[in-house]
Ligand binder design. Sequence first.
Ligand code: ATP
Ligand code: MG
Ligand code: MG
Length: 380
Amino acid sequence: MNVLVLGAGQLARMMALATKPLNITIRAYDVGSKTVVDPLALDNSYGDLNDGIAFADVITAEFEHIDHDTLAICEASGKLKPSAQAIKTGGDRRLEKALLEAAGVANAPHVIIADKADFDRAIETLSLPIIFKSALEGYDGKGQWRLKDMSQANAIWDDMANFIAEANTSVAQGIVAEQMIPFDREVSMVGARDAKGNTFAYPITENHHTNGVLSVSIATNEHEALQQQAALAFEKVADALDYVGVLAIEFFHVGDKLLVNEIAPRVHNSGHWTQQGADCSQFENHIRAVCDLPLGSSELVRPTAMVNVLGEDNLPQEIFTIPSLKMHWYGKTKRAGRKMGHINVSGSDKQVLLERLNQLADILPAEAFSDIQQYVRSLG
Ligand code: ATP
Ligand code: MG
Ligand code: MG
């Protein structure tokens, strides 16, 4: 089987690494250079999008911000999974909110904003603090404004109005205003759905962010009631999209409820732990789903944590003394804050996992990892 992935980042790379043993060949379409590449050797070029489509038995995506013309061309080939509509929904917060409402899945109170009248209505309807998010092209907390105090309202509106006017997108840019949720913590779920409609939900992970970017995800089996809520939301969303592949859902945990923050129609950073905490990783299951192969188990085999390496391309070799530790580098050029790689660590139970995480925190250099160290130490 040959698979073309739209997007040539670390997610395409990890799909290729996971499925090489299945004799599946993955090429990636770099949307920036508009060339098809080998996700494991980015310098090797295999032509343009049409060449990629001709090569592929199946086309899929590693991120949701793909321009709609490209999606339409891929869909017309009959090879695109999940559908263009599912990918677009994950890439446009307006469509995403409409989907959650239609599917009856709890999410934060929100108002869709296209103009000043909508903005005024948002401020009237929602109580402070309010978070405003660009409808299109938001990731890693970019394209967001937080209104804590009415004195900031005019300045925020001016900034957002400029942002909307200057947007270089084929679809009109807009804003989604959301009530800020005083959550107890953030969790997420990755799961897979096959073409017959069977769903395989992985255990939810507890997530920690550093400067708006995911930095630690921990998967255990200790959140049974939340797991059921999350799995139900996953099924509703995946069914509503008639989804094929791996889909991620981020939640706010408030009291005993989960509210959906956002969905990602793809494999997800908070699912990297599945590389060693589950028998079948999210990467293999995504490719199995889109290639119409039976899916692998999504059960947790051992408690596992993932730590992102942000803006660093070298770590002390001593990390390898930690039992179970696996290092995953993405082969990217170093840039401040950039996702350069991740570390997975497991334990036979949560206690052992936390001990190993603390060992890791002690080894990681303090300048770059102080926030992660603080978080890990707070876990005990
Ligand atoms: P990514 O796609 O990289 O996860 P993003 O840019 O799409 O990020 P969101 O996930 O929507 O952004 O928001 C980033 C973070 O901001 C959330 O993980 C959460 O910590 C905080 N946040 C977002 N929306 C809300 C909200 N309504 N209430 C409270 N906190 C929020
Ligand atoms: Mg997002
Ligand atoms: Mg998010």
